[in-house]
Structures are given as C-alpha cells and as structure tokens.
Ligand binder design. Structure first.
Ligand code: SAM
Length: 168
C-alpha cells in the first residue's frame, strides 16, 4: 500500500505493522526533510520511503492494493492530477482513503473559504468535489464523512465505475 504525502511517516509506520509479513507500506513525499524524519522515527521491516511528486508517481499501473492520502491533498498544487495518479496506480478493487479539507459551509470559493485558504495556505475542497472526482474516475462505493473543516472519503476502484455510493 502507498501512503501519499506521508510527511514524517506516522501513518506509514502503522500501515507497515498492518500489511502482514509479505506486505509493504511505501511512504511517498516530496520533501527531503519529512522523509529524513520518517526514516528515523517510523522505519520498520515492512516500510519503505520514496521521494516523489504525488502528481507523477513512479509506480506501475495497477500496482497498489490500497492508497491513503491523509492531510496532504490540500497542499498538492494540482490535486486532481494526484487523483488521476491514484486511479492509475490502484489495482481494480483497490481501496483509497482521503482525509482532506472541507470548505466552510461546504462551498468552495465563497468569501469564508477564500479567507481560510488565505490564512492556512490550504486548498479548501467543496463538499462534493472529491466525491464527484472519484466517481468520474470510475470509483464506486464512495463514502464521505464530514466534520468541521474536514472530510474523510473512502472508495473502491472499479474498472467501469458505478457502485453503491453514500454521502453523509
Ligand atoms: C500535513 S503533511 C501530512 C503528513 C502525513 N500524511 C500525516 O498525516 O501525518 C502533508 C505532506 O504532503 C507533502 N506534499 C505536499 N505536496 C506534495 C506533492 N506534490 N507530492 C508529494 N508530497 C507532497 C508535504 O511535503 C507534507 O509532508
């Protein structure tokens, strides 16, 4: 599995403990500094780290069982390019989990969301943006949970799209 935008590897280390003895959790990040911390603090026998851009992943098509992108998508310059790459790299029936921002009131681009973006430097996604983007890319079983200024979205990569979706 791949932990995209892994930062200091706090989740990658946990994933490495969960993938089983033949599994591998690969933490991917664009920052040398973060990866240095990750290799010191969150190494393990089933963990590897790689410096790469989430918008151009150095993995073969359909090579990952699962991809997590936790608190990173809102920092990526072209987040929908990263979603394209997640789609390309996940194998059919592979799962994705995305924890990211939610614009105040759920609406991207209004005054409140622009203020938060200005102060935080993070892109604030609309309530439907990620869900729609995943469906467009052929994901099914899309589930969304929202709370405050965050949203958690999980989905399964289908080859032909469709599936049973829920939104909360
Ligand atoms: C807030 S940290 C989150 C770290 C980790 N996922 C966590 O939850 O602890 C966001 C990370 O995304 C990385 N990042 C930002 N843009 C990226 C890109 N285009 N490709 C890969 N990583 C990126 C940053 O370097 C940073 O380490």
């Amino acid at each position: 599995m791949i932990d995209l935008g892994c930062g200091p590897g706090n989740f990658t280390g946990l994933f490495g403990s969960a993938v089983g003895e033949n599994g591998l959790a690969v933490g991917v990040d664009a920052s040398h500094h973060m990866l240095r911390r990750a290799t010191i603090d969150n190494a393990g026998p089933n963990v590897a780290y790689l410096r790469a851009d989430a918008q151009k992943l150095p993995f073969a098509d359909q090579s990952a069982d699962a991809i997590a992108c936790l608190m990173a998508l809102y920092l990526i310059e072209q987040p929908f390019k990263a979603l394209d790459e997640i789609t390309r790299v996940l194998r059919p029936n592979g799962r994705v989990v995305i924890l990211t921002s939610l614009a105040p009131g759920g609406t991207r681009g209004d005054v409140r969301s622009r203020v938060v973006e200005g102060v935080s430097g993070c892109r604030m996604f609309g309530r439907d943006e990620i869900v729609k983007a995943l469906r467009l890319r052929g994901f099914g079983e899309v589930e969304q949970r929202t709370g405050g200024l965050s949203q958690l979205v999980t989905a399964t990569r289908h080859l032909l799209g469709g599936g049973k979706d829920t939104m909360k």
